[in-house]
Design a protein around this ligand. Structure first.
Ligand code: PEP
Ligand code: MG
Length: 315
């Protein structure tokens, strides 16, 4: 098993029996892109674009946006780069578009909902992404944050297509989207599960509240139930489904996510080698057994212990 892990090196992610899982990185914009290449990602699973918009009085222009996206695309050659459109509001307020007086910002006009108030902002961003994609080799996908319904997914894809972007998917961060995942997936090109917000909304627990960490634990079986629903729904619609929340960076939980049917994992670059090595030590059938054990546990702590014990046994 140790040899398999070492042999996993920097190649593509796969289980010990050869089931492929795309291992991608999450980027926030200001990283050193040459260092990230060293962990051998299959591409970028989540490019958070807020870095371009936060802490400034107005919207960056098309040329400035295009240049920033192009810089990332160029660093990833012919690989996949999933660009998330602006996730404004709640924990990421924008001076020029987020209302300062929302009584409940996490449940307010945030993520894709911002396009209700400022549709031009999204269209200009999509145009800038499309312009950058044209000038690069990267396979550029776009995705929208905070999507709740199939209609929102369909509307987002229509706007992306109108801008010239062929692949458009949505994040599953709201329980309603997980519950109706097959219809949401049918309305767009792929799903990407954001476990940070999905945990927040499933447990009605503010993700910024340190005192609620036990509820926000990504090992919580109720959260894993929603991941399973999202993966099953995407599978039924014949669409890929990734995880790009913090859950994907835990080498043990990554096995559970793969066992639940997730087809790609996107994480902080530093976490990628350990996740790759962990996958290389287990078969897909192992991963499915670990997923079943996690779902059968009473709580997050129980799921973690059950999976750790079983995984050690299986190696
Ligand atoms: C998430 O919610 O899991 C996610 C990946 O998005 P962010 O952390 O940027 O809200
Ligand atoms: Mg989120």
């Amino acid at each position: 098993a140790r040899r398999a892990a070492l042999a996993a090196g920097t190649g593509p992610g796969r289980t010990s029996d050869g089931h492929g899982v795309d291992l991608l990185v999450n980027l926030g914009g200001a990283e050193d892109l040459t260092v990230i290449g060293a962990v051998g990602p299959a591409g970028v699973g989540l490019l958070r674009t807020e870095f371009l918009f936060l802490d400034r009085p107005d919207e960056p222009g098309l040329a400035e946006q295009r240049e920033a996206y192009l810089r990332v695309f160029a660093a990833f050659g012919g690989r996949k780069v999933v660009v998330r459109t602006l996730d404004a509001g709640a924990d990421k307020p924008l001076r020029f578009v987020t209302a300062p007086d929302e009584p409940n910002p996490a449940l307010g006009v945030r993520g894709l909902r911002t396009a209700r108030r400022a549709p031009g902002l999204l269209d200009r961003q999509l145009a800038a992404i499309a312009a950058a994609a044209e000038g690069s080799e990267a396979k550029v996908w776009v995705m929208a944050p905070m999507v709740s319904t199939p209609a929102e997914a369909a509307a987002f894809r229509a706007r992306a297509r109108a801008a010239g972007l062929a692949v458009a998917g949505v994040m599953v961060e709201v329980p309603a989207a997980a519950l109706r995942a097959s219809a949401v997936a049918a309305a767009c090109d792929f799903l990407s599960i954001g476990t940070n917000d999905l945990a927040q909304y499933a447990f009605a627990a503010d993700r910024m509240a340190g005192g609620l960490a036990d509820l926000l634990d990504p090992w919580q079986p109720a959260l894993l139930d929603l991941v399973r629903l999202a993966a099953d729904g995407a599978g039924a619609a014949g669409k890929p489904v990734g995880v790009c929340g913090e859950a994907a960076s835990d080498p043990l939980l990554a096995l559970v996510l793969v066992g639940l049917g997730v087809t790609s994992l996107s994480m902080a670059p530093i976490a990628l080698p350990a996740v790759r090595a962990s996958l290389a030590r287990h078969t897909l059938a192992h991963c499915r057994r670990l997923a079943a054990a996690a779902l059968a546990a009473p709580d997050g702590q129980g799921a973690r212990y059950a999976v750790a014990a079983l995984a050690a046994d299986q190696e």
